[in-house]
Design a protein around this ligand. Structure first.
Ligand code: FES
Length: 162
């Protein structure tokens, strides 16, 4: 943990405990996840119970307590996307990145997840990278999309489960 970096984030929020959520958002933006030692440090600096910090970090789905890649790749396996080839998109992404669903590449560039519906079923099959949607995606285009986010064959390989 880089204490100076965390201190800077906390001070940008006036070391105000009511700013806990924005502070956690900024830390997550910096590291892509919330390391436990960092949560302990934030609790100490803001003088709030550690259970409160963990409570918020586990309540909001946008926070992750496990290492995550810089880019989050989500493939929809909801019914509409499933029948239109979602599983093949996911298999293709797994093969290209060299990881299984729920894992992160060794270089922490990509985390791959599946989801049940992204609310745009007519566009199926759908893959989302960070907040960008790729609809009616053929498996042959998956690699091209990943290249946009800096995929190189060096990115592939297992880094850790999320
Ligand atoms: S099933 Fe994939 S977006 Fe709804």
């Amino acid at each position: 943990m880089d204490e100076d970096k965390i201190d800077k984030i906390i001070e940008e929020h006036r070391t105000d405990k009511s700013e806990l959520i924005p502070i956690l958002q900024d830390v997550q933006a910096e590291y892509n996840w919330l390391p436990q030692d960092t949560l302990r440090y934030i609790a100490k600096r803001l003088q709030v119970p550690l259970t409160d910090v963990f409570g918020i970090a586990t309540f909001y789905k946008s926070f992750s307590l496990k290492p995550r890649g810089k880019h989050l790749v989500r493939v929809c396996l909801g019914t509409a996307c499933h029948v239109r080839g979602g599983p093949r998109i996911l298999e293709t992404a797994e093969r290209i990145l060299g990881i299984k669903t729920g894992e992160t590449t060794e270089d922490y560039k990509f985390t791959l997840e599946s989801v049940n519906c992204l609310g745009c079923c007519a566009l199926g099959p759908v893959m989302v990278v960070d907040n960008e949607y790729y609809g009616k995606l053929p498996p042959t285009k998956v690699e091209k999309v990943l290249h946009k986010y800096g995929y190189t064959s060096l990115s592939s390989g297992k880094g850790g489960e999320t």
